[in-house]
Design a binder for this molecule. Structure first.
Ligand SMILES: [Zn+2]
Length: 318
């Protein structure tokens, strides 16, 4: 995600109210809850910038200045006081598997036997901030297992040097209570379609589907190239399914090559949204089964072939 490329400040589109709440927040752990690509990570970074901004008139600041050394470092993604942790895909096949978790080896160096990570949350917090406050962003808090959550517990309860934690999740109920109960919960809702439409217009975007697909999630605008590509792939695949068995299998092969579990399942559901409810429900089952099979490292080419056949059957339902 490129900061500062679309909206202001720091690339934020909407969410001024959440930023205001963060600005007034005096605790040391917050859980931002909102759909994928709604802009949680950007909010976390903007807050980190705000906590460390040394720009003029800090007292009246509604947003970080964007030009002081600290803000510039956040924009360049090189800030010494900002540590971002995200789940790692555990995969043997490269790009296709989607099982994700935040391993305990990134939480503490004591559990990182393979020296996999350069920085570890617990040890990183032992030294004081270069600017003002250290900020740890855990993107995908629902992927913290018992082991990782327990290893984090002490620093979350009493962060050294007044550090703050920002946990991000799509589903607050999926976050372990040990973490969720120690963080203040803030909702990050989708922004209005009018705002998304306005930004898309300013960007010269004409693809009407992009507005509907975004559904108020600014992250889709920021990553609109990928969104558009996934939508194109999904449309081509569905059209191949409708054409015939041979083209369906060819379509499956093409999709397998380009498949990104972060984008394509959603794009497929979107493209199929105008089919009948039964067809959509069966298509959804087929998609879930395919994703689960990829997690179990079933041969990807087999998974996509089966997906194509199941989807063809599903789409004939209605
Ligand atoms: Zn600044």
């Amino acid at each position: 995600m490129t900061l500062g490329s679309v909206g202001a400040p720091f690339g934020l589109i909407g969410h001024e109210d959440v930023l205001r709440d963060l600005r007034g927040f005096r605790g040391h752990a917050v859980l931002l809850v909102g759909p994928a690509r709604v802009g949680k990570r950007l909010l976390a970074r903007t807050w980190a910038a705000m906590l460390n901004c040394s720009g003029p008139d800090r007292s009246g600041l509604a947003a970080p200045c964007g030009v002081c050394p600290s803000c510039v470092a956040v924009l360049r993604e090189t800030h010494p006081d900002l540590l971002e942790v995200e789940p790692k895909a555990t995969t043997s096949t490269g790009k296709t598997a989607r099982r994700r978790l935040i391993p305990v080896s990134v939480v503490t160096a004591r559990r990182d036997d393979g020296r996999e990570y350069e920085r570890h949350v617990v040890e990183w917090l032992e030294t004081s901030a270069t600017h003002r406050r250290k900020v740890v962003v855990i993107d995908g808090a629902e992927f913290l297992g018992e082991e990782s959550a327990n290893a984090l517990l002490k620093v979350v309860e009493e962060p050294p040097h007044r550090a703050v934690f920002v946990f991000l999740t799509e589903d607050a109920h999926a976050v372990l209570p040990t973490i969720a109960s120690r963080a203040a919960r803030m909702r990050v809702p989708p922004v209005s379609d009018a705002l998304v439409r306005d930004v898309l217009q300013r960007l010269g975007e004409t693809d009407a589907d992009l507005l509907v697909f975004a559904a108020g999630r600014p992250g889709v605008i920021v990553e609109r190239e990928r969104a558009r590509a996934a939508l194109t792939d999904a449309r081509e695949f569905v059209s191949a399914l409708d054409t015939g068995m041979l083209s369906a299998l060819e379509g499956a092969e093409a999709l397998e090559k380009r498949f990104d579990p972060q984008w394509h399942p959603e794009a497929l559901r979107f493209v199929l949204r105008d089919r009948g409810p039964d067809a959509r429900s069966r298509a959804d089952d087929a998609l879930e089964a395919a994703l689960a099979a990829l997690e179990r490292y079933v041969s990807p080419s087999l998974v996509f072939q089966v997906l194509a056949l199941d989807l063809r059957a599903a789409l004939r339902t209605s």
